[in-house]
Ligand binder design. Structure first.
Ligand code: NAP
Length: 253
């Protein structure tokens, strides 16, 4: 599959996410928080999904301070979340907002670079839960709302190892590759929906190296020559989430 480019220098129109409801997982992380703030400034109602309540509350206050629509907090630990808890989350969104126009699957579990043969069994299971089961279950249970949207976009955030196997990436690398297979399968099975009234589309996006906690776990020495903060690449994600990507599904960016 070829990698598509997002228009360089894309800047979203003011209010381009007005009246749209977007769910962000890993909302309290580096990419998730930068994305959530940008969406709120552009008029979106952002559903902040995360596992750490104080971090969620702090982010909630930051979004409120933008003057955008009131966000929502959904505490959920993907390591232990049950199907019923995911169902409850989807029902709460339906009852509270009556709609959903997009999902950013940004949550991720990565501890350190490690050989597969050295991986603790618990870490294998945890990584599958957080990096694979969570995006699958959320996507599946939110499908009715996404189908009812007028412009629905689901973005799976990937990494180098998602695009080609790399050694020492442990379960993180394996789940990122499986995430690529998953988004593509959704797109193949529901391909015609991208052309329908909902515009429902599934794409994957590689943000490149970003200065976040996750990156720091693998590249601690980068504190001397840091890579860019996530804010630099958030406009690319906004392009994929917003109306400019309508009609494009099953694509890697
Ligand atoms: N940083 C990079 O260089 C880079 C490069 C390529 C791709 N990516 C991808 O970009 C995405 C965002 O990563 P990031 O760099 O922003 O990392 P990050 O700052 O570490 O954010 C990861 C997020 O995942 C959440 N999370 C972890 N375990 C969870 C669990 N059990 N339940 C629910 N949420 C959980 C974290 O919650 P807490 O805030 O509570 O810890 C955090 O909000 C990931 O999909 C990553 O694979 C990153």
């Amino acid at each position: 599959m070829s990698i598509n480019a997002i228009p360089a220098g894309f800047t979203p129109q003011p209010d381009s996410f007005r009246d749209r409801v977007i769910l962000v997982t890993g909302a309290t992380g580096g990419l998730g928080s930068a994305t959530s703030l940008a969406l709120a400034r552009l008029g979106a109602t952002v559903i902040l999904v995360g596992r750490t309540v104080p971090k969620l509350e702090k982010l909630y206050d930051e979004l409120e301070a933008t003057g955008g629509p009131q966000p929502a907090i959904v505490p959920l630990n993907f390591m232990t979340a049950t199907w019923a808890e995911y169902e409850n989350l989807a029902q709460t969104i339906e009852q509270t907002f009556g709609r959903l126009d997009g999902i950013v699957h940004a949550a991720a579990h990565f501890k350190s670079f490690i050989r597969l043969e050295d991986l603790p069994p618990r870490d294998w299971l945890d990584t599958l839960q957080i990096n694979l089961t969570a995006p699958y279950t959320l996507t599946r249970l939110c499908l009715p709302m996404l189908r009812a949207s007028k412009d629905a976009s689901v973005v799976f955030v990937t990494d180098d190892a998602g695009r080609a196997p790399k050694p020492y990436q442990g379960a993180y690398g394996v789940t990122k590759a499986a995430g690529e297979a998953m988004f593509k399968t959704w797109a193949l099975e529901l391909g015609n929906e991208a052309q329908s009234a909902s515009g429902l589309r599934f794409n994957s996006w590689h943000p490149g190296p970003m200065r976040t906690l996750l990156r720091g776990k693998g590249y601690a020495s980068e504190s001397l020559t840091p890579v860019d903060f996530p804010e630099k690449v958030v406009p690319q994600l906004l392009w994929l989430l917003g109306p400019d990507s309508r009609g494009l599904s099953g694509q890697q960016f």
